[in-house]
Design a protein around this ligand. Structure first.
Ligand code: PLP
Length: 356
């Protein structure tokens, strides 16, 4: 049902979260940088780890958010930084979904983490499958919404299908749904279109997820972001672990963000290689269809997915992702775009499939 209820963060929140008083850390209570710090029971003699790591880090990652805001064109008060995107996903459940009562909607085939977080938080998941062409079925999504539905997860470009979701369809959800629409843009840097960041001011029920794990090549650091209204960001800040991003990560991430050229060049290389890979795969007899991709991977329908998956590992030490058991992904492997030589090896291996 598309409801007429006015969107309200307060109304949407779990009652216990609405009332909660967050932990107030030493670094919350005194935010100056000068002085003799005898307030946080740190080791004033230094750190066994060196690198000046003996002080607790900025709980709100102000410098990092400043820089992210500059790059993304967003206000720091609209940014949450988490331990990967996984953290804001989990926090959204903890903030808004009453275990055993509330529900969320996911649109399979899609990213597996939404369901895992739902399961951990005791929240039922209603699924509305994408159409055959991997678009979202807005009407069926509204039919699945009930008064306890709090979150709808839309992944665009979608993992594992690789396509962007139609913007107008997402806007229909934002306009017609009384809860939060989470648009996961982990792969937006590889896409032809801009994402939803420019629309943050227009939709108070929009949460955008992005990450430094893909285009920025920082998967090991675990830095993800949520962009939303200040009111929603404040909720996430209120319930997160006080020092959720450690000092080493904050420093390395800040330094990395000054290296935007690396990001842009590698995104360009990946997009070029994606096109090459698509052409090379298309010439192989074991490949039946290659789905259009706005991401850094290709979803590829092959004649014999499990056998080819195992063959690539056993004979060529090339590991791809078997998605053939996933809804609407019959026969499909998901292949991340590698370096030029890695992609060449993959193709060489596939050329020898069943020939030798
Ligand atoms: C890779 C990916 C992420 C990023 O996860 P991190 O926890 O930030 O590494 C988020 N969403 C989707 C759909 C992904 O594929």
């Amino acid at each position: 049902m598309a409801t007429d209820v006015e969107f309200s963060v307060k109304r949407l929140l779990r009652e216990n979260i609405r009332e909660i008083k967050p932990y107030s850390s030493a670094r919350d209570e005194y935010t100056g940088t000068e002085g003799i710090f005898l307030d946080a029971n740190e080791n004033a003699y230094g750190s066994a780890a060196g690198h000046g790591l003996h002080r607790y880090p900025d709980p709100l990652q102000r410098k990092l958010k400043e820089k992210i805001g500059e790059i993304k064109g967003a206000n720091p008060t609209n940014i949450f930084v988490g331990n990967g995107s996984d953290e804001p996903i989990d926090l959204l459940f903890r903030a808004f979904c009453e275990p055993g009562k509330d529900t969320v909607i996911t649109l399979p085939p899609t990213y597996g983490m939404y369901r895992v977080c739902a399961d951990i938080n005791g929240t039922a998941v209603k699924t509305v499958a994408l159409t055959e062409s991997y678009d979202i079925d807005v009407e069926s999504i509204f039919e699945a919404v009930d008064e306890n539905t709090k979150l709808i997860f839309v992944c665009s470009p979608n993992n594992p299908t690789g396509n962007l979701i139609d913007k107008d369809d997402i806007i229909e959800l934002l306009t017609g749904f009384h809860g939060i629409v989470v648009v996961d843009e982990a792969y937006i840097d590889f896409a032809q279109e801009d994402g939803f960041l420019g629309m943050l001011d227009q939709y108070s029920n929009l949460v955008i997820l992005q990450t430094f794990s893909k285009a920025w090549g920082m998967a090991a650091l675990r830095v993800g972001m949520a962009f939303a209204s200040e009111e929603i960001i404040n909720v996430l800040n209120k319930i997160k672990y006080p020092y959720n991003i450690n000092e080493a990560t904050q420093r390395i991430a800040l330094r990395a963000l000054k290296n935007i050229d690396f990001m842009k060049e590698s995104v360009n290389s990946i997009i070029d290689e994606r096109a090459w890979l698509k052409g090379a795969l298309g010439a192989l007899s074991c490949v039946e269809y290659i789905y259009p991709s706005d991401a850094n991977f290709l979803l590829v329908k092959v004649t014999d997915p499990v056998a080819i998956y195992n063959y690539l590992i056993d004979e060529h030490k090339v590991i791809v992702r078997d998605r053939s058991k996933v809804t609407l992904c019959d026969g499909c492997l998901r292949i991340t775009v590698g370096t030029e030589s890695e992609n060449q090896e993959l193709i060489n291996g596939l050329r020898e499939w069943k020939v030798s």
